[in-house]
Design a protein around this ligand. Structure first.
Ligand code: B16
Ligand code: MG
Length: 217
C-alpha cells in the first residue's frame, strides 16, 4: 500500500530542463565547445551539477583541474539562477498540480526527491510549496542519482518505509535510484518508454491508473 509519492522535480513537476540546457550551452560556447547539443543534454537529466559539467567538458579537448571545474560549475549555476528568477507557475508541467491535489485528497503524502540544489528557489517561484509535505534535495545529500540516497532521505522525512513510497521520475538514473531504494516507480516525460520504470505515462495528465498504483499491486 503506497502512502507517499516522491516526485523528482526537473522534468516531472517543472520544465526547468530547458533552462539547464541553455545555461550549459552558454558555458560550452564560452569554452569554445560548439558541438554540445540537446542529445548530450539527455545525459544530464537527473545527474548532479558536477556530473553534468563532465558531459559538457567531454565534448572539448581541454583538461581542467578540480578547482577550475568548481569555478565553471558555479558560473553555469549563476546563469541558471538568473533564468530561475524569471520562473513563474506557468513552468509547472501539465497535470502536476491536479495530481498533487488528487493525492492530498486521498490522504497520500507528497515529497520531493531532486538532486537540484536550487529546489527551494524553484518551488518558491512556481508556487508548488503548498502541495509538498517534505523535501529531499541536493542540499540534503552527498551522493546523487543513481544512488538511492535522495529517495531514502525523502522516505525518512515522510516517516514512511521504502515499500510505502512510489517515485515519479523522468530520468533513467532516477529510476535506477528508486529501485535501489526498494521503491516502485512511475516513469514520465519524453523518454518514459525506455526508463525501465514499473509504471509508465507520457505526462501526469495521461490516463494513469492511480487506484492500481497506490494499492501497491
Ligand atoms: P542543480 P532533478 C536535476 O534535477 C536535473 O535533472 C539535472 O539536470 C541537474 O544537473 C541536477 O538537478 C542538479 O541541479 O545544478 O540545480 O543543483 O531531475 O533531480 O529534479
Ligand atoms: Mg528529472
Amino acid at each position: 500500500m503506497i502512502k507517499g509519492v516522491i516526485f523528482d522535480l526537473d522534468g516531472v513537476l517543472v520544465s526547468t530542463d530547458e533552462l539547464h540546457y541553455r545555461a550549459w550551452k552558454m558555458l560550452a560556447d564560452e569554452l569554445d565547445i560548439y558541438d554540445f547539443n540537446e542529445e548530450d543534454n539527455k545525459n544530464q537529466r537527473g545527474v548532479s551539477r558536477m556530473e553534468s559539467l563532465e558531459v559538457v567538458l567531454r565534448k572539448g579537448q581541454k583538461h581542467y583541474s578540480e578547482e577550475e571545474k568548481e569555478v565553471l560549475a558555479d558560473r553555469k549555476n549563476e546563469y541558471y539562477k538568473v533564468m530561475l528568477e524569471e520562473l513563474t507557475p506557468s513552468a509547472v508541467l501539465e497535470g502536476a498540480v491536479e495530481t498533487l491535489k488528487m493525492l492530498r485528497e486521498k490522504g497520500i503524502l507528497a515529497g520531493i526527491g531532486s538532486v537540484s540544489k536550487n529546489t527551494p528557489l524553484i518551488l518558491e517561484k512556481t508556487e508548488l510549496y503548498e502541495y509538498i509535505d517534505q523535501i529531499s534535495c541536493g542540499l540534503d545529500i552527498t551522493r546523487s542519482k543513481p544512488d538511492p540516497e535522495v529517495f531514502e532521505v525523502a522516505a525518512r522525512k515522510l516517516g514512511l518505509s521504502p515499500k510505502e513510497c512510489l517515485v515519479v521520475e523522468d530520468s533513467a538514473a532516477g529510476v535506477v535510484a528508486a529501485k535501489a531504494a526498494g521503491m516502485k516507480s512511475l516513469g514520465v516525460g519524453p523518454y518514459y518508454k525506455v526508463l525501465g520504470a514499473d509504471y509508465q505515462a507520457e505526462t501526469l495528465l495521461s490516463d494513469i491508473n492511480w487506484e492500481e498504483i497506490l494499492s501497491g499491486n
